[in-house]
Design a protein around this ligand. Structure first.
Ligand code: C2O
Length: 584
C-alpha cells in the first residue's frame, strides 16, 4: 500500500513491493500475530511541519492536535503529538474524551420520531467495573462465513438460539444485544458532562465508529462463547471484499435457523452484493458488479485511507455535536451493505437498513466482523491509529458474559490479539484492483467557482472549479500531508438514506465508472435517529488521484457532485491538507 508505507506515492514499483510486504505479513495464519502497533499516549512536542498547515476539519481543532512527530514514526514509536498542556489557547486543547451517560439511559427515537426503549437493565455507578483485557490464553479465529463447516454452524446456531431464548431483560439476550446498537445510535445516551445541554452521543460518523463496534462485537462474541461453553468459538465475518463472499452468506438464509431474519430485501437473497448499492439494483452483469466491488475496495482501503482521519473519520470530542464526519470504510461499503440487506418494503429499510433495528438481524454481527477486519488489515498494511488522547480515553459501557456492566476504553481495543481473536487468512484480491484514469492531463473546462455556486441544494449534477492552495508541493510536503477535497456544511436528514457521488476532473460523470480514478467516492447516510437535519463534512484524499490523473501541478481541481437520493444542501467545497498522514 504505497501511499501508507512508502515515500513514493504512486510508482508501480513502490506499490508492488509494499504489497509483497503485506502479503508476507498476511501469510502465516499465526494466531498471535499483532494487528498493529500498540500506542501509548505521548505528550512530546513534535516537529510541526509549518509549511503544510493542516486545516482539515479545523473546526475540531485538529490543526494542532494531530500533527505527527515524524521522528517518533521513524523510530517506530508510532508517536504523534498529544498533550493537553501543549496547546494553550486552543479551546479543544482541554481533555475531552467522550463517554455516554450509561446510568441514565433514556428512550431512543426511531426514524418516525417514535420513542423506543432500547435501554439495557439499569445500573448504578457502583455496579460498574473497568474492564481491561489481559493476554488471553486462547486466540479464537473468526472464520469467513462462506467457509464454515457444519460443526461450526451447529455451535453458532446453538449460541444464537440460546441468546434468543433468554428473557429480554437479561442483557445477554439477543434482544438486549440488538438494543445496544439502538441505544448508542438513536439517541439513548447523552455525552457524560453534557446531559443538561442534551448533547447526544452517537457512535457513527466519527472516529468512534471502529472502536465502538470492535468492543460491541467483543462482548457479543464472549456471550456466544459462554452460551456454548467454548472459548475458541468466534463470530464469522461476511467476506464481502472477496468474490466468494459477495452475496448474503447462505448460513443466514435458512428460514428455520436462529440466524434467519425475515426483514431482508427478498430480491437479494441469492444475488451478488453490490458494494455501491444506493437503493436500486444494478443492471450490470454479476462479473461486472464483482469487479466494481474490488475497485471500490481498493479506493476505500488504499486511495482514501492514507491518514487516520481519512480512515477512522473525523475527531469527536465531548461537547461537540454528533456526526462530524465518517471515514472511508464507514461510508462505503459499510453503509451500502446495511442498505442492500434491509427490506425496502419496510418504512425505513428494517432491519439492516436503519440503525435502530440493524442489530436485530444476526447478519449484522457478521457484517461488522468484516468491518472490524478492515481495521486489522489497514494496520497490517501500515495504517497507524490515532494517538490523540481524547480518542484513546473515550469509553463505552457494555454488559459482559456474566451479565455484569463494564466500562471499556478505546485504548484497550487496539490490538485484537490482546482481545483474544484473529481473522482467518483469505485472499485479498482488491489489492490488485487499482482503478485507472479515463483521461490524463485534460484541459480543465472553465466552470463556476465554489463561491459562485455555494451554498446550494444538490438537486442536479454540479461541476465547480476549485483552486488548490498550492499547485506544486515538494516530495517532502506530500509525504507529510495528504491533499484533501473537503465538502463542508452538508445538511441532510439523518432519518433518510442519502447518497451523492464525487468526481475529480470529470465533467461527464457517466463516462467514468467505478473502475476509473475520476470517481473518487460518495457521501452516504444510513437512517439513524429521528428525522432531523444534521450538518456534516465529507473529505476525500486526492494526492494519489491527482497524480494518477496527471493533474498534480494543476492550479485547480474540477469537482463534480452527482446526487443519487434524497436532496442535501452543501455550503462549500475546498482543497485542504490533512497532516495526520503517516509516511515513514
Ligand atoms: Cu453501528 Cu453498521 O452500524
Amino acid at each position: 500500500m504505497a501511499s501508507l508505507t512508502m515515500p513514493t506515492l504512486s510508482s508501480n514499483l513502490a506499490y508492488s513491493s509494499s504489497i509483497a510486504h503485506f502479503i508476507s505479513l498476511a501469510k502465516p495464519a499465526h494466531p498471535n500475530r499483532k494487528t498493529g502497533p500498540k500506542f501509548t499516549c505521548n505528550s512530546t512536542k513534535g516537529d510541526q511541519n509549518s509549511s503544510d498547515h493542516d486545516t482539515a476539519g479545523s473546526k475540531n481543532g485538529e490543526t494542532s492536535l494531530l500533527k505527527l512527530d515524524r521522528r517518533n514514526v521513524l523510530l517506530g514509536i508510532g508517536g504523534g503529538l498529544y498533550g493537553a498542556s501543549t496547546f494553550g489557547g486552543n479551546p479543544s486543547a482541554f481533555a475531552a474524551p467522550l463517554s455516554p451517560t450509561f446510568t441514565a439511559c433514556h428512550d431512543a427515537t426511531d426514524p418516525d420520531s417514535k420513542e423506543i426503549d432500547c435501554c439495557p437493565p439499569s445500573a448504578t455507578a457502583a455496579d460498574i467495573t473497568d474492564f481491561v483485557p489481559t493476554a488471553p490464553s486462547v486466540i479464537a479465529t473468526r472464520p469467513a462465513a462462506q467457509l464454515v463447516d457444519s460443526t461450526y454452524l451447529k455451535k453458532y446456531k446453538t449460541a444464537i438460539e440460546k441468546m434468543r431464548n433468554l428473557s429480554s431483560d437479561d442483557p445477554r439476550s439477543f434482544t438486549a444485544q440488538a438494543n445496544v446498537h439502538c441505544a448508542y445510535c438513536n439517541g439513548g445516551y447523552y455525552q457524560d458532562g453534557y446531559a443538561d445541554s442534551q448533547l447526544l452521543l452517537d457512535v457513527h460518523n466519527s472516529w468512534l465508529f471502529f472502536p465502538f463496534h470492535r468492543w460491541y462485537l467483543y462482548f457479543f462474541e464472549k456471550i456466544c462463547q459462554n452460551m456454548v461453553d467454548d472459548d475458541t468459538f468466534a463470530l464469522p465475518f461476511w467476506n464481502w471484499d472477496n468474490p466468494p463472499g459477495m452475496f448474503l452468506p447462505t448460513i443466514f438464509n435458512d428460514s428455520s435457523s436462529p440466524l434467519y431474519d425475515s426483514l431482508r430485501n427478498p430480491s437479494h437473497l441469492s444475488t451478488v452484493l453490490d458494494l455501491s448499492y444506493e437503493g436500486t439494483d444494478s443492471t450490470d452483469s454479476t462479473i461486472t458488479v464483482i469487479k466494481n466491488n474490488l475497485y471500490l475496495m481498493y479506493k476505500q482501503m488504499v486511495t482514501q485511507s492514507t491518514t487516520p482521519l481519512s480512515f477512522f473519520g473525523k475527531t469527536f470530542r465531548a461537547g461537540e455535536t454528533s456526526d462530524p464526519g465518517a471515514g472511508s470504510i464507514e461510508t462505503s461499503p459499510h453503509s451500502n451493505v446495511h442498505r442492500w440487506t434491509g427490506d425496502p418494503n419496510e418504512s425505513h429499510g428494517e432491519d439492516m437498513g436503519s440503525f435502530y433495528s440493524a442489530g436485530r438481524d444476526p447478519v449484522f454481527y457478521c457484517h461488522h466482523a468484516n468491518v472490524d477486519r478492515m481495521w486489522s488489515l489497514w494496520n497490517s498494511l501500515g495504517g497507524q491509529n490515532f494517538t490523540d488522547s481524547d480518542w484513546l480515553n473515550s469509553s463505552f459501557y457494555f454488559y459482559n458474559e456474566q451479565a455484569k456492566p463494564v466500562k471499556v476504553y478505546v485504548k484497550d481495543c487496539l490490538d485484537t490479539s490482546v482481545l483474544g481473536y484473529t481473522y482467518q487468512t483469505v485472499d485479498i484480491p482488491w489489492l490488485n484492483s487499482k482503478p485507472s484514469p479515463r483521461r490524463t492531463a485534460i484541459e480543465l473546462p472553465t466552470a463556476p467557482t465554489p463561491s459562485q455556486v455555494f451554498p446550494t441544494t444538490l438537486e442536479k449534477t454540479i461541476t465547480v472549479l476549485v483552486k488548490r492552495p498550492k499547485k506544486k508541493r515538494t516530495k517532502k510536503e506530500k509525504q507529510r500531508a495528504e491533499e484533501v477535497l473537503e465538502i463542508s456544511g452538508i445538511q441532510y436528514n439523518i432519518g433518510e438514506f442519502v447518497k451523492f457521488d464525487v468526481y475529480i476532473n470529470e465533467d461527464t460523470p457517466d463516462e467514468s465508472g467505478p473502475e476509473k480514478t475520476e470517481l473518487v467516492g460518495s457521501f452516504i447516510n444510513v437512517p439513524h435517529g429521528h428525522s432531523m437535519i444534521s450538518t456534516t463534512t465529507k473529505t476525500f484524499a486526492i494526492s494519489e488521484v491527482l497524480q494518477e490523473l496527471g493533474a498534480d501541478e494543476f492550479e485547480s481541481v474540477l469537482v463534480t457532485l452527482v446526487p443519487k437520493s434524497s436532496t442535501v444542501t452543501i455550503s462549500g467545497v475546498k482543497i485542504k491538507y490533512d497532516s495526520t498522514k503517516v509516511s515513514a
